[in-house]
Design a protein around this ligand. Structure first.
Ligand code: UDP
Length: 440
């Protein structure tokens, strides 16, 4: 057995020992695969998070296996997503996309599949399990318990918090999820929160032990999302150089409130009818399980508001294509009812485009209010229209905000996220030495 296997490194005397980083991590992402296109179905910020973190952990010599539910029969059991990162498809329940709430029924076969995959796995053992979202947490904790290794959980969203800020027509999260989250909060070795606000919510609404909670903000890909010529970006999108583009990026869900953007645009055009010739409102992203009802609902809303001529519903785009949208935009609008962090807001700022967002969830961390964007209390479309009017008609302020956004985004890199996660992993390993089996 080496000291490394005990979860510690340091001098032979054991003095000045520091916990070691894990060598192999099992990441659990039950309900959505890192191979899915973000902006569709259930794939969004969490998928981006898992991909970006796994790639960077692997570059630092830590192998990552991401376990996700198989959704199509032709999916191979293992896919190498990047050097050192393997996605493992675990059959559990029927193929096809399932509603998240239905997935709880398939937790047992999923856990069984994860254990079986590990048992037939060469080189075998994981040093640590990291669960993302409560369903994965339930599965990850069972696996970690079986393997005798530490378990780290990131909730991403919390049912109790979500239920306090539902959009009209949204179904509350079920009690089973609340109970599942409570259990995870009690039993996980460490809890990772995306923001200080989420850490406080874990403590306040779930009675989490503050000593177990660490805040590690997500990051942004600073090589992909960079400032650039707005004119060139407008040209790339086939838009005239004098266009004012208001951008919404994300899954089309009630919770994300794209309807608030459309209603605010109707107010904006009442106030400044001359803008109509130049205004373009792009909604980039696909319908999600908890979508806007019928796919045509937004189109119908735009028509009924008399703004269909300025609204473009765009299919989900790759992240490199999204960078063009951000660069071309006058402002990115994030009017969500709840948002665990808001990667879109940070990506926009990295491209020097100000963000107009609701003051909810992680957005006050993601956006520097009055500096790199504007945060709005509530969801009154008139408030959004007023702010958007000011952003459109004051290019100098907009440029200042854009520059501040680039600086703010630069403080949020995925590399910093990985540094923070490794500290958490080390702390978890330090608290609980690996079992003998892991060192043989
Ligand atoms: N996204 C994408 N293509 C799209 C729409 C969204 O790649 O067409 C990505 C976007 O770049 C961001 C993520 O999906 O990284 C959404 O994350 P966010 O935190 O904004 O929202 P969430 O999905 O977590 O609610």
């Amino acid at each position: 057995m080496t000291l490394h296997n005990l979860g510690w490194i340091g001098g032979p005397s054991g003095i000045d020992r520091a916990p070691a980083a894990p060598r192999r991590v099992a990441t659990i992402s039950l309900h959505t695969s890192p191979l899915d296109q973000p902006g569709t179905g259930d794939a969004g910020g969490m998928n981006v998070y898992i991909v970006e973190v796994a790639r960077r952990l692997a570059k630092r010599g830590i192998a990552v296996d991401v376990f996700t539910r198989a959704t199509r029969p032709e999916q191979p059991p293992e896919v190498e997503m990047a050097p050192g990162v393997t996605v493992r498809h675990i059959p559990a329940g029927p193929f096809g996309d399932l509603d998240k709430h239905a997935l709880a029924r398939y937790l047992c076969p999923f856990i069984f599949g994860v254990l079986r995959a590990e048992a037939s796995n060469d080189p075998g053992h994981y040093d640590l399990v990291h669960g993302h979202y409560w369903l994965s947490g339930r599965a990850g904790m069972a696996a970690a318990h079986r393997w005798g290794v530490p378990f780290v959980q990131t909730m991403h969203t919390l049912a109790r918090v979500k239920n306090m800020s539902l959009a009209t027509g949204d179904t509350p999260e079920p009690e089973a999820r609340v109970r599942g989250e409570e259990h995870l909060v009690r039993s996980a070795d460490r809890l990772v929160a995306n923001t200080a606000g989420e850490a406080a919510e874990l403590i306040r609404y779930y009675d989490a032990d503050p000593g177990k909670v660490t805040t590690v903000p997500p990051g942004v890909d600073l090589e992909l999302f960079t400032p650039g010529s707005r004119t060139e970006a407008l040209h790339h999108l086939g838009l005239p150089s004098d266009a004012e583009l208001l951008l919404f990026v994300g899954r089309v869900q009630r919770l994300k409130a794209p309807d608030v953007l459309l209603r605010s645009v109707a107010h904006l055009l009442q106030r400044a009818p001359g803008l109509r010739q130049r205004l373009v409102v792009a909604i980039v992203g696909g319908m999600s399980g908890a979508g806007m009802g019928e796919p045509g609902e937004l189109t119908e809303l735009a028509r009924s508001l008399g703004i269909a001529d300025v609204v473009r519903l765009e299919p989900p785009r790759s992240r490199s294509e999204l960078a063009w949208f951000y660069r071309a935009a006058t402002a990115t609008v994030v009017p969500s009812y709840s948002e665990s962090f808001g990667l879109v807001a940070v990506e926009s700022q990295a491209c020097a485009t100000p963000v107009v967002a609701a003051r909810v969830g992680g957005l006050p961390t993601a956006v520097r209010d009055g500096v790199s964007g504007v945060l709005i209390d509530g969801h009154d479309p008139r408030d959004y229209a007023r702010v958007l009017y000011r952003v459109i008609t004051d290019p100098e302020r907009r440029a200042r905000m854009g520059e501040a956004g680039v600086r703010h985004a630069a403080s949020l890199s995925w590399s910093t996220t990985v540094d923070g996660l490794l500290d958490v992993y080390r702390a978890a390993l330090g608290r609980r030495p690996l079992p003998l089996a892991a060192s043989q």
